[in-house]
Design a protein around this ligand. Structure first.
Ligand code: HEM
Length: 140
């Protein structure tokens, strides 16, 4: 049987390290970090980890909101989406993830673009709309 992308990425420890490094890179990226101003980072990290683990065939279940719901009212532009993907690619390169696996992961996440982007513009660094309500922190 073909090994899952989850296994080929190195399993839970490797994926955890990649997700944490990606989150840190996004937090320093002025093209997109304004959007995370009100977000609970512990929740976001856990949700991203579950989502990537499940999507790549790992033993996790994503229990967060749909991509449409989670990003609704955030005013994400096309340029900002592309900036976030660029940060992900830089992170995968940093961890020496082979090009084939990089492309497979991007192939799983890329199609979410239409559910996340609300503003068709190349502008980056746009503010988080005042009305945006961040998700609550996870219990415990
Ligand atoms: C393929 C690309 C993306 C994926 C896979 C993704 C995935 C996720 C996931 C799993 C969550 C957690 C949902 C929850 O807590 O229920 C989330 C939340 C969030 N995402 Fe994304 N996202 C993507 C693109 C973006 C972009 C481009 C931005 C902004 C530039 C962004 C900003 C945020 C913010 C600020 C939150 C937290 C919302 C809150 O606090 O309620 N995301 N995303």
């Amino acid at each position: 049987m073909e090994r899952t992308l989850f296994d080929r990425l190195g399993g839970m420890d490797a994926i955890t390290a990649v997700v944490q490094a990606f989150r840190d890179r996004v937090a320093k990226d002025d093209r997109i970090n304004l959007k995370f101003a009100r977000t609970d980072l512990a929740r976001l990290t856990k949700m991203l980890l579950d989502q990537v683990c499940e999507a790549t065939g790992g033993p996790c279940q994503y229990r967060g909101r749909s991509m449409k719901e989670a990003h609704a009212g955030m005013g994400v532009t096309t340029g900002e989406f592309d900036a976030l993907v660029e940060d992900l690619v830089m992170t995968l390169k940093q961890f020496n993830v082979p090009k084939g696996e990089q492309d497979e992961l991007l192939g799983l996440l890329g199609p979410m673009k239409s559910e996340i982007v609300e503003v068709r513009s190349h502008e980056v660094g746009t503010a988080l709309p005042d009305g945006f309500q961040a998700a609550p922190a996870l219990p415990g």
